[in-house]
Design a binder for this molecule. Sequence first.
Ligand SMILES: [Cu+2]
Length: 421
Amino acid sequence: MHLNAPLTIALLFGAIASAAPAPASQDGAATTTLSSSATATLPTAASTDTTVASHQLDYLASFAAQQANSSVASTSSKNKRGACTLSNLAIRKEWGSLSASERKAYTKAVLCLQKKQAKTPSILIPGAQSRFDDFVGAHINQTLTIHYTGTFLAWHRYFTWSYEQALRNECGYTGYQPYWNWAKTAQTGTEKSPIFDGSATSMSGNGAYVAGEGNVVLSGAGLPEIILPHGTGGGCVTSGPFVNMSVNLGPVALALTNGSTANNGNGLSYNPRCLKRDLTTAINQRFANATSVVSLILKPEEIYDFQMTMQGYPGSGDIGVHGGGHYTLGGDPGRDVFVSPGDPMFYLHHGMIDYTWWIWQMLDPSKRTNQISGTGTFLNTPPSANTTLDTPIDLGYAAGPAVTMRDLMSTTEGPFCYIYL
Ligand SMILES: [Cu+2]
């Protein structure tokens, strides 16, 4: 098992990689003039002008918030299942809209989680040193059953929420999970954004510049290669809250800038190293600009199309906004599909993934909230049963309890009670 894992993983990662990445979305480019915020008319197609598309996104989000609010208001009095009311409804915000002290409180809690003792028995994941690592380990162990599956969106929603709960319940954080609006960093450039400017109120910035980097080549499963450019860093993060953090697990399928990949066996042993980033604004602008985000929200009518557009249709050359965010971070573990939660930015990225799904659901809640498509294995390889509302989701030692998909489909029912602003 231990010996075979890297090979299996490398092969499957190839498929993941080819499947995940894809080209810029010029589609969905049918233009609609957004009548600012004045009228109640929702845009019907993404503007190709990214400034206009950014406004469309804000408008769609505020529409979704209104929908969610009124649904919580109308059901909370008689809702037996959840306890979500307008008074305890959490609001997740974009990083740049948090105050300096709110941002510091968040990163302080993340650093706290990295110091808390792991719950995972060391016989299972010997390299897990902290509660933070419990989450990384759970993601490594389940990578092949939570990407390109029917569980992808819901699993990552529960994972991100559980991490937010750990920050709050175990590290005294009183805020909520912030998110990374890719459309904003595509506009400003990553390094100038409040998320990545490297200041004390950022999520730490770029890695130190490494000369001579080549391309990242995603390949495998007989699919055409996808070639991605390197970024402007490549080395250890040089400043900000995570300058001294230790990445303890992995790599498992780390894409390097010489076109190859690296692993350390199954990635579960202790392998401490610095957090590396290779911020790549070009990838952000190509795959996760405002137009691609709005197009993702407006075009797909069915969940299958939504989640495939988000992850990239295999063979299309498109990595979608999901791959776009991951490869914009670059570095180690940013370019490792298995170990990616080892960069604390993972949770801001998946906050944004969840934000887009939430808006998409809210555009037609009765039809879309419980839509599921896919099976329990990566691109149904090997074949497995369809994911249903009864499919269990278990985050292992990272967090509990095990729940069913049914509990994860709405952000204001089941265990959840949050919206985005
Ligand atoms: Cu994932």
